[in-house]
Each structure stands twice: as structure tokens, then as C-alpha cells.
Design a protein around this ligand. Sequence first.
Ligand SMILES: [Zn+2]
Length: 385
Amino acid sequence: MSQDFRPLGNARLRRARFIGRPNRFLILGRLRSGELIEAFLPNPGRMDEMLFPDTELTVVRATPSATRRTEWTCVGLEREGEPILLDTHRTNAVARHLIETRRIPSLKGWRIAGAEVTVGHSRFDFLLERGRQRLWLEVKSCTLFGNGSAMFPDAVTERGRRHLEELAHLRQSGAARPVVLFVVHSLRPRWFLPDYHTDLAFSHTFLDVRPDVRVLPVAVGWTRQLSLRQETRLLPIPWAHLRREAKDRGAYVLLLRLPEARQLKIGRLGEFHLAAGWYLYIGSAMGGLDARLRRHVRRRKRLHWHIDYLHQAAVEVVPLPIRSSKRQECELAADVAGLYGLAVCRFGASDCTCPGHLFHSGASSPLDDPAFHSLLHRYRMPIPV
Ligand SMILES: [Zn+2]
């Protein structure tokens, strides 16, 4: 029956604690027995905000094969008490189930006529039919959510952007309006948006194809046994909010790592002793945010801002844009000050009254800190107005 739909079949689920993620597709964990395991992660997403030390993972033993190095697959995790399916290889099975059991109201009456259908140079997940009408449907898996919002993608996806354009072309060929079905793996979000902070080009295409492509973000929930819950919800898209905010402007956090302690001259501010570890610099560009971030990452440049001096000694630089029509730089700096210590007085604060815009988080990256992710979500996922 529908409430017993288990995309993993009868696989035996085991629990493990997250230890680390040496690369995008590999997870290190510890089973309850104490055994250390390596697990394949069938999900290309970033998921920084879900994988912390001790996060409870759900793993299954993999079918042995000659090409496979890992003995386990990480299929899910528990986030704030909610089980989440991570295995994106199962997303199409979930979508098929939702369509066939008529859980998506606007797709009632359509039946699946084909899967992995090639049209020209593109391939789409499903072809649906209703009488003589045809409809192409593409499925995406969404695991980025927080603060009431679900967002996609969590990393730049030129392929995803092109897929939207190709779907729009199918409409022009006379078929019914094609559908992108976003399967949102949590029942907590209240609305859905493209992640314009991370992928502005995808978000602009998302807006451009609106007349020709129907977007259906469907929130689903999972039990601890990774059975699909009965409840599903269609999430609204705050289009006006998206049109206003998805622009090349806003604030940013720049993460930098100093490999060893250094005595550094910071322009006219003076000379300072800086401890090794991770630094957070808060800035903004209310026009040309992307160009500003590209400049921050570039090695060769004329030293102009305080941050340019620190950048010369840093080995890793991670820009995190927070796009917004509001000027939030100093408010953001004040909130970051609640988490980490001020590194240098007046640094990056020549034009404001803040104590400074540079903070030090010590030896560990803010990206490994749940409190930093909640702060980032508060700014990146505001309640749409
Ligand atoms: Zn300030």
C-alpha cells in the first residue's frame, strides 16, 4: 500500500555516526558496534549544513561488485529529529510512486508512458500521457532547507539550468507545459525558491522559463525505516520575492584560512599578529557582487582593501554570497560577532561604526559549525514578503 512505499525495498537499515567526508561521494562513519566504515554517498549535493560530527546516518550494505570500493551505502540521515532520504538514485522511483498514486493533484489523470525518454539531444526523466496529450517531466531532488524555506540547487548546476531551457523548448514544440518536479525531502519547509545566492544563472533561467515550464515543488516526509509518509504538500513559490532578490547585489562572508601564525601589515591600519586558523570577513557590494567575489578569490591584484593584505597570506578562500535588496553588512557582522571573536579592531570597518568586520573561528572551519549554518540560513532564507 502507498504508506508502505520503501524506495530501498527490504534492505536492512543500520545506524552509524558521521565522522568525516573525505570527498563528495565518500563518507566515514562508525557503526553502533564500534566498527569504522566507509560508505558511498549517492548524492552530489554539498550538504555542509547536515553532516556534522555525530550526525546519525542510515547505511545499508552494498551489493558487492568488481567496480565498487566501499562496502556500504549511506542512504539517509537524521536532521533535528527528522529522517531524510539522501539516496538521489531513488528519487525517480519516489516521483513515479507519487504520480501513480495520484499524490500530486495537478498531475491526476496523467499516466507514465515512458522513462528516461530522449528528445533530440536531451533526455528527460518521464513522458506522461493523457489521451492524445503528451507531457515531459523532469525530477530533481532537494535536500537544502532551513528557516521555512527549501532551495535548489545547493551548488552551481549549468546542467540543471540547461535542462530548464530544453524543457521550455519542448513547450514550444506544441506539447503540454512541461513539468519540473522538485522532490523536497522534508515536510518542514513552507515555500520553495531556487537558490539565487549560490546559482544566480539558474535562478534567472527559472524566472525566464516560467511561462513555458510548470514547477511543482512537492514536500515529502520519511519514517525512520525510510518509508514514505502519507502526507505530501505542494510548496508555493514566492515569485515576487524571487524577482526582487535574485540580483547581483548583497552582502557576503569570505572564509579564509591562515596556515600558520603571521605578523602582517594591513595597509594603513598597522601591523598585527594574526593567529593561524579560519577567518571570516564580512563585506557587501550593492552592485556587482559576483565581480567583487571573483576579485577576492583572485591571487594577483593591487592591494586596496584591508582584506587584500590578509588574502596574500591565506591558503583557502571560500566566498559565501548572501544576495539581498537590503544593506545587511553591519547587521551580519554583529551577528557573526555573537559566534566568534573579533580578530582585528576596525578591520574592514573604515566606513561604519562597527568594532570590525574580521572574525576568527580558531582551528575549525565555520562550515563545520552548526551555529554558523543557522546564521547563514537566517540570512539566506528570510521569510518572503
Ligand atoms: Zn560595519
